[in-house]
Design a protein around this ligand. Structure first.
Ligand code: FAD
Ligand code: FES
Ligand code: FES
Length: 487
């Protein structure tokens, strides 16, 4: 096996002697690439953002911005990354480098004061600069809306980057001013070739190992031999455990590049989504075909996190406040579990068995999620949190309703944050089904919904607030649907 290595700004660098848990951030900084900063070490500030060459959605390669503080450098074995230092073009000896267009706009529009956050902003901005079809979203009529520039720049690209001193207006000005990459731009050209293929990795130091196999079958055999192994996909949860809670694993097994976990198939009777596709990949590949998922994505963390986070990881944590389970419950999804003996399919409603517990056995992986079709037409995802974006839910409610001739034929409601596990609001569903979609029914059902689950008091919200938000959520859905009908 070839020694683990990574290409940084075009230069191949061995990963050794980093420890298997060393983050890409620490690795880069130890090699003098100190443009990549540490602000929080838990995915919240974006100061550590770097670009990774990943399989593209509309071109062979996309430049994807990720949080270098969360990803172990060993997970990037064989991969290609660009840091803020690699964006500028070196000049003749003795002359300064030519700034990259996003760096130039940040500089001339006053997008940087102390500069601590700037390299991270610049990398996130560059990823959006190179997003294929960005300009297709531009509105030539009047240019900008609150979240998109006249150049098609989607401000959500910066939702994972914080700045403490400049203020966001000049940063937004810079984002909305960037043009289109030229044909000579080497990073634009790079998109036309395939990204580096995933490589099998066996990286060990001091009795600790980071392992990546090439196929699902090999991975499942390995997990049978090493039941103690920690499985890692996007590492957005695991990275926080390593950095903030100092967790170390003797053996980490990466599954994020396994082809069998990265398929997305739209069949006549169901949609199958690979557990290791990132949320950004799913969002862009489905392109609104599952409207309830389309409502979820912008409310889930930030673009930086969504560029790595997976559905398998969101279910794998078993968290009662994960945002995808309420949505997947409302969609009546099932979980495809795989181990060395084969596969089984479990309805998500039967998957969680207790606080952070599930029916998943040791050595078993989530291979995919299956969503039955046809999809219910009336959907909504209400995430109640303290901030509009990049926050953890206090309560999350997902609705999927079939309303025919004014009568609720089926109602599926998924709840998060109101019990030890994500749950279906079965009593409320029964209170709606077969009844007219009218104020009287909805008000009665909202009172039933308020009593679902066993909400707790904690630092995010009181039990009373959580219950109140459940009822309110159904009233809001009703208002939204009646507004849509009367509009
Ligand atoms: C700043 C920040 C903001 C966040 N915001 C949100 C948010 O708004 N909403 C939300 O729900 N979550 C949020 N999260 C949590 C996290 O991003 C999600 O849970 C994400 O989906 C985890 O996916 P991952 O691939 O990164 O998981 P990883 O960190 O790789 O793994 C998480 C766990 O799942 C297991 N696992 C991973 N894949 C599989 C698989 N295929 N089969 C079995 N087990 C598996 C791993 O063993 C591990 O225990 C946030 C995290 C951060 C750092
Ligand atoms: S250091 Fe804050 S997101 Fe990585
Ligand atoms: S320029 Fe100082 S934190 Fe952004």
């Amino acid at each position: 096996m070839v020694a683990a290595r990574i290409t940084v700004n075009g230069e191949e660098t061995p990963i050794s002697p980093a420890a298997p848990h060393t983050t890409a951030l620490d690795f880069l900084r130890e090699r003098g690439l100190t443009g990549t900063k540490e602000g929080c070490a838990e995915g919240e500030c974006g100061a550590c953002s770097v670009l990774v060459a990943r399989p593209g959605v509309n071109k062979p390669t996309d430049w994807v911005a990720v949080n270098a503080c969360l990803v172990p450098v060993a997970a990037l074995d064989g991969q290609e990354i660009i840091t803020s230092e690699g964006l500028a073009t070196a000049g003749e000896p003795g002359t300064p480098p030519t700034l990259h267009p996003v760096q130039e706009e940040m500089a001339v529009r006053g997008g940087s004061q102390c500069g601590y956050c700037t390299p991270g902003f610049v990398c996130s901005m560059a990823a959006e600069y190179y997003r294929p079809n960005r300009c297709a979203h531009a509105d030539p009529a009047d240019g900008t809306d609150a979240e998109h520039g006249p150049n098609g720049f989607d401000l959500h690209a910066l939702s994972g980057n914080l700045c403490r001193c400049t203020g966001y207006r000049p940063i937004r000005d810079a984002a909305f001013a960037v043009g289109v990459p030229t044909d000579e731009d080497p990073l634009a050209q790079r998109r036309e070739q395939s990204p580096p293929a995933p490589v099998a990795t066996e990286y060990t130091r001091d009795d600790r190992a980071f392992l990546r196999k090439g196929t699902l079958a090999e991975t499942l055999r390995l997990l049978r031999e090493r039941p103690d192994a920690v499985v890692v996909a996007g590492s957005t949860d695991w990275g926080v455990e390593v950095n903030i809670r100092s967790r170390r694993a003797d053996c980490v097994v990466a599954i994020d590049r396994l082809p069998e976990l990265r398929e997305l198939r739209v069949e006549s009777d169901h949609i199958e989504i690979g557990a290791a596709l990132t949320l950004t990949e799913i969002e862009r590949r489905l392109d609104g075909d599952v409207p309830l998922l389309a409502e979820l994505f912008p409310q889930f963390a930030s673009r930086l996190i969504r560029n790595s986070a997976t559905l398998g990881g969101n279910l794998g944590t078993g968290s009662p406040i994960g945002d995808s389970p309420p949505v997947l419950l409302a969609l009546e999804a099932s979980v495809v579990l795989a181990d060395a003996d084969g596969e089984r399919e479990v309805p998500l409603a039967d998957y969680f068995t207790g606080y952070r517990q599930s029916v998943r056995r040791p050595g078993e992986l989530i291979r995919a999620l299956r969503i039955p079709r046809p999809l219910s037409p009336v959907v909504a995802f209400h995430k109640i949190a303290k901030r509009r974006f990049d926050d953890i839910s206090s309560v999350a409610v997902a609705f999927a309703l079939d309303i025919e001739n004014g009568i609720v034929r089926t109602a599926r409601i998924g709840l998060g944050g109101v019990a030890a596990t994500p749950i279906r609001a079965l009593t409320t569903e029964a209170a709606l089904e077969g009844r007219p979609w009218a104020a009287q029914t909805v008000e009665a059902a909202a009172r039933v919904l308020q009593a679902e689950g066993t909400p707790m008091n904690d630092h995010r919200a009181s039990a009373g607030y959580r219950s109140a938000m459940l009822g309110q959520s159904l009233l809001k859905l009703y208002a939204q649907t009646t507004e849509a009908v009367s509009a």
